[in-house]
Design a protein around this ligand. Sequence first.
Ligand code: ATP
Length: 223
Amino acid sequence: MIRITDLRHKLLDIPDLSLVARHIAVIGPNGSGKTTLLSVCAGLEEPKRGRVQILGKPPSAAKIGWVGEFPDRTLLFSRVYDEIASTPRFRHYPCTRADELVRAAAEAVGIVHLLDKKVSALSGGEKALVGLAAAVVDNPEVLILDEADSHLDAGTAKRVHRIVRESPAAHVLWCTQSMDAAAEADFILFMDGGRVRHHGTPDEVFSALEGTCFYPTIWRLRS
Ligand SMILES: Nc1ncnc2c1ncn2[C@@H]1O[C@H](COP(=O)(O)OP(=O)(O)OP(=O)(O)O)[C@@H](O)[C@H]1O
């Protein structure tokens, strides 16, 4: 469970929210607080007031895989292999185990051909895939992705959605501007002005958003 209690931080104002669903999409207009909420849940920002508990622990104690909105700002190593290997190496895994994990993550994300490349030579979408491989390499308890699909072509985005859906993480907290992707989540948070304005299943949330630009295109076409 992800439990939010009396959270006040920057523009966020979320009195009480318990999230038990596995695949949770966070949607809402620009500047509504999605990234801020994900950053607090990932333990990257300490809230001014209130708290977030991830699986009964503070975020800093949970095993979290994080993919930021701007991979250029979050990838630290010059070689793709070293970026994906950073978590197993920080955890002092034996070299052979770290190598197995890196190759399995690269295989799952479809970037084995990039392993020996320099990160600086990659496209934006390739960097996003490297960030995803680095986030899933050591089977995080919770996977948090901030618009990880925004740089990707439609086919690659579909593959990423599948990887994320099939991830063994207890929760995937996923911010996206693709309402069609959000429609496949188990649970949706719709944010506006730092508050959670709607939450529930895709049916519940999107029925409240019918007639707005947040209604999924695939749903509009089928009706
Ligand atoms: N200390 C603060 N107090 C109140 N609001 C703040 C503070 N710091 C930043 N903000 C506002 O928070 C908003 C940024 O929120 P955030 O990046 O979480 O939004 P977002 O929903 O992820 O947006 P986008 O879809 O554009 O990525 C901005 O409008 C910014 O001005």
